[in-house]
Design a protein around this ligand. Structure first.
Ligand code: TPP
Ligand code: MG
Length: 323
């Protein structure tokens, strides 16, 4: 499959997977909360397509797309959302904690900013071992106002670590517009200079543009030239989490961004470039079938039994010495 078709397929997988996840939530099958990245798929796809299989992804609670972008099977992610034994973590983690070390998905972190220093640790290990691996760390605009963001950026720059920081600026934190609480218009790019980095912004709704930026940043990191900080401008179509109708957003703003939906825009670009409609329909039918199959497998999978309650838990044995 050529690069354009692949990027279209990846974005469509993310889109249809998350739409299905939302349907399953409405049916009461998805337990716990979940955060969709519908509207932001071009970023996960653009980076995912540019990364080497042994590179690492560090994601947030909004991490379904980033997990799929690394080739994690859809059925395992779907079953995890449903809390079933065939889930990625046997149903014990759920939507906000997707992890697959095998695919380089080094966790989804629900504490804002917590994973930036952790990504540095991975990058430091790659630098020490001279492995050529790169850590790619995704986070939101709101994260740029957390101390860990600044600490991580500074140390990454000082130690020239192979890490790419990707700020997905979707204009909102939970319910607060980022512009109301930030001293500069571009929360990530306008701060890059403080760490000796280039200010990089990209249209986060354009998978080709993101892919191009990703290829350059990854090559830089691999060549020992240190970190990059990319600010990708985008918009989430829905609310912050499943419980949020997002009524705080101006209707005109929502309209404007819906008109820039990355998935139909990419389809139109491929058509304009001469890709036959039938090829796109074939991709679409394939993705629809994959989502249906993943749903069926997830729904058929069993709910974890009590035997799993005490497996894969970590304890430091503290009770024996703390008191
Ligand atoms: C340290 C910390 N403070 C507050 C929260 C609550 N919280 C969860 S998501 C969120 C907004 C984050 O916004 P942003 O970084 O822009 O990411 P987005 O949800 O837009 O992808 C907040 C404040 C948290 N999870 N962790
Ligand atoms: Mg945000």
């Amino acid at each position: 499959m050529d690069a354009g078709r692949r990027l279209y397929r990846m974005q469509l997988e993310m889109r249809l997977f998350e739409k299905r996840a939302y349907d399953l939530f409405l049916r009461g099958l998805v337990k716990g909360t979940s955060h969709l990245s519908i509207g932001q798929e071009a970023i996960a796809a653009g980076f995912g397509a540019a990364m080497r299989p042994d590179d690492w992804t560090f994601a947030t609670y909004r991490g379904h797309a980033h997990t799929l972008a690394r080739g994690v099977p859809m059925a395992a992610v779907m079953a995890e959302l449903l809390g079933r034994v065939d889930g990625l973590m046997a149903g014990k983690g759920g939507s906000m904690h997707l992890t697959s070390v095998e695919h380089g998905v080094m966790g989804s972190y629900a504490i804002i900013g917590a994973h930036l220093p952790i990504a540095l640790g991975a990058a430091w290990s790659a630098q020490y071992r001279d492995s050529g691996q790169v850590a790619v760390c995704f986070f939101g605009d709101g994260t740029t106002n957390i101390g860990a963001f600044h600490e991580a950026l500074n140390l990454a720059a000082v130690w020239k670590l192979p890490v790419v920081f990707v700020c997905e600026n979707n204009l909102y934190m939970e319910y607060t517009p980022i512009a109301e609480v930030t001293a500069v218009p571009r929360p990530a790019a306008d701060r890059a200079a403080a760490y000796g980095l280039e200010p990089l912004t990209v249209d986060g709704n354009d998978a080709d543009a993101v892919h191009e930026v990703a290829v350059t940043a990854l090559a830089r990191a691999r060549a020992g030239e240190g970190p990059s900080l990319v600010e990708a401008l985008t918009y989430r179509h829905g609310g912050h989490s499943r419980a949020d109708p997002a009524a705080y957003r101006p209707a005109a703003e929502v309209e404007e961004w819906l008109a820039r939906d990355p998935v139909p825009a990419y389809r139109a670009r491929l058509l304009a470039a001469g890709v036959p409609e039938a090829d796109l329909e074939e991709i679409e039918a394939g993705v629809r079938q994959a989502v249906d199959e993943a749903t069926e497998r997830a729904e058929r999978s069993a709910v974890p039994g009590e035997d799993l309650l005490l497996t894969e838990l970590w304890a430091d044995g503290g009770v024996s010495w703390r008191n």
